[in-house]
Ligand binder design. Structure first.
Ligand code: SME
Length: 151
């Protein structure tokens, strides 16, 4: 499904205030993971600033052992510090990378800002090599800005 078709579906999920924000984020993960062929794992991590750790709050795909990630560790932990998008075409080429599954070939992590502060991120793993483009970056920035509205 194209991103332009997914956007109204995401808006509908997020506007359902009968559900918790965590439940709505889980539905967004499920929608993305089932609708975009190369999005094999989709999750939202949020920062605990006092502990300097990221915590997995919602995901779709295989369960991961990496539900808590220290700032600075792996692609996710680096984005917690850099505040910048991180697109990894080939995870094998990364030194500071936390492997969740040997089937993962590429990853994209986009920080989530609330009132200008980096409070978390969306993390997507792909089983394809080099599948992510700037179109994914712009789309996922939009997803994060919509999620920030319900937090
Ligand atoms: N690969 C990530 C860890 C999280 S998993 O992809 C679910 C990283 O290097 O930060």
């Amino acid at each position: 499904m194209s991103f332009s078709h997914l956007k109204p579906k995401i808006t509908t999920i997020l506007s359902n205030d009968h559900e918790t924000s965590e439940q709505r984020m889980k539905e967004v993960c499920e929608l993305l993971q089932t609708s975009v062929g190369y999005y094999d794992w989709v999750g939202f991590y949020f920062a605990n600033e006092a502990e300097k750790t990221l915590h997995l709050k919602a995901f779709a795909g295989e369960p991961t052992d990496h539900t808590v990630i220290p700032f600075g560790k792996g692609i996710c932990g680096q984005v917690a510090i850099s505040n910048k998008n991180f697109v990894v075409a080939d995870v094998k080429a990364q030194d500071n990378y936390i492997a969740c599954s040997i089937t993962v070939k590429a990853e994209i992590v986009i920080p989530l800002f609330k009132d200008g502060k980096n409070i978390g991120q969306i993390d997507i793993d792909s089983h394809l090599e080099d599948p992510f483009s700037e179109v994914d970056e712009r789309f996922l920035e939009w997803v994060n800005s919509e999620v920030a509205e319900i937090l």
